[in-house]
Design a protein around this ligand. Structure first.
Ligand code: SAH
Length: 415
């Protein structure tokens, strides 16, 4: 394997060898004849079992060319022999070079798109495959940027990505939140730290007229769940004068929106002490300490006990973490959703509202709706749909990449 010739665009041998450098001749991979149309139709992932012959040598993370079984060009992308997703395509254009300029152009395009659809202050700037940058996540919190490079072939380009951000935004800070187990599947270590000059990682962002503390270094994921930013506004009309319960509240973002939109009392529950401490600070920051109370508890237990005790709320909100990342456990995840939603319905006054979400990628929208329907049946309640939507549009859904649609968000009146 060749380890000493990277990045390809800056190959240090080109000046002393014949041009093009023989070390830089990209390896070629050929798709098997009998694979589905997924890749040809635009999906960027190529699984190990979809590949047949190959020509040339390559190192993990290298850019390689992909051809169909009969030799027509399919695209270029990065390879990792350690990963089940063996190649992730970056371009379908044979002449497009994968170099620093490629990353600059993609990030600039993604930013132009976010501005075009109205997401400027805080947004998911790069949503991986949906922005033609597989396994790259970048969240923009005003002048601060949080990066995750979740595959080796993307991690190699971290320097180019940081440089592009600096050129486009002149950020106040860039931070790497690569403390995610999925990196180990790619043979990488988990790590986090500054990619710019160090800065205070406790920042405050504005959203829908409220302020929120975001702990970039120690918060969950990139520090804040931007994917629910539009859904938080969707509760505006149902919470006026209401007694509200929010389970899995993290830093209290939905709870504070409820207070802001006129709720009488809000109780937020989360198992994380750190999240609850931040939720309380968020309540103070917005002047809602009297309306919003938060408790660090296991929400599954409290939902169960409160339902037994016959407690009732005008509005119950649920936004649990993903219940499974593996296909074998989909049924368990569905059972989990049914259970918590059933309990939440029991806690909802007749005519009150259930706000419920699921971020489990492996539970498709219809399966989630069917699960809620099954819960309603068992709870002997009927439902009237108020709102059914997905993640905010700064996390674009690309129609030929089904995994880009992952969030389910539902508001129903519980009769
Ligand atoms: N709605 C939030 C995001 C919620 S993420 C927002 O928009 O900001 C899911 C939350 O569930 C996390 O904060 C996690 O700490 C919490 N959680 C996980 N297991 C839990 C449990 N058993 N009980 C209560 N909270 C739990």
């Amino acid at each position: 394997m060749l380890q000493n010739c990277r990045p390809r665009s800056n190959c240090r041998y080109t000046t002393i060898m014949l041009n093009p450098c023989y070390l830089c001749r990209m390896a070629k991979f050929f798709l098997r004849k009998k694979i589905g149309d997924r890749v040809v139709n635009g999906h960027p992932w190529i699984f190990a079992n979809e590949l047949g012959d190959s020509e040339g040598e390559c190192a993990p993370g290298d850019i390689v060319e992909v051809y169909s079984y009969n030799g027509s060009f399919v695209g270029k992308g990065y390879v990792n022999p350690e990963s089940q997703i063996r190649i992730r395509l970056l371009t379908r254009h044979k002449n497009e070079k994968i170099d620093e300029g490629y990353f600059y152009n993609r990030i600039k395009e993604a930013w132009d798109y976010r501005r075009r659809i109205g997401y400027t202050e805080n947004c998911r700037l790069i949503f991986g495959e949906a922005d033609k940058l597989p396994a790259l996540i970048i969240d923009k919190f005003n002048d601060y940027f949080v990066i995750q490079t979740l595959a080796l072939g993307m991690d190699i380009w971290k320097g180019a990505i940081v440089e592009a951000l600096e050129r486009i935004f002149t950020p106040k800070g860039i931070y790497e939140r690569n403390d995610v187990p999925v990196r180990e599947l790619e043979g990488m270590v988990q790590q986090k730290g500054f990619l710019s000059v160090p800065f205070d990682t406790n920042i405050i962002i504005n959203e829908n007229g409220l302020k929120f503390h975001v702990d970039i270094e120690n918060g969950q994921k990139t520090g804040y769940f931007l994917d629910q930013q539009d859904n938080r506004r969707a509760i505006e009309h149902i919470v006026k004068g209401a007694d509200v319960l929010e389970a899995f509240c993290y830093t209290g973002t939905f709870s504070l929106h409820a207070a802001h939109y006129g709720a009488k009392n809000v109780l937020g529950l989360d198992i994380s002490e750190h999240a609850v401490a931040t939720a309380r600070r968020n309540a103070s920051l917005n002047g809602y300490d009297e309306v919003c109370k938060f408790e660090a508890v296991n929400a599954f237990d409290v939902l169960k006990q409160s339902a037994k005790d016959g407690k009732k709320y005008d509005v119950v909100m649920l936004d649990p973490p993903a219940f499974t990342k593996s296909r074998e456990n989909i049924q368990k995840a569905v059972t989990g959703y049914k259970e918590i939603n059933l309990r939440a319905m029991k806690l909802t006054k007749p005519g009150g509202f259930l706000v419920t979400a699921s971020c489990t990628n492996l539970v498709p929208p219809q399966m989630f709706l069917d699960t809620i329907a099954a819960a309603a049946k068992d709870a002997h309640r009927s439902l009237r749909q108020v709102c059914w939507q997905t993640q905010s549009a700064d996390h674009p859904i690309v129609w030929h990449i089904p995994t880009t649609q992952y969030l389910k968000f539902l508001i129903v009146q519980v009769m």
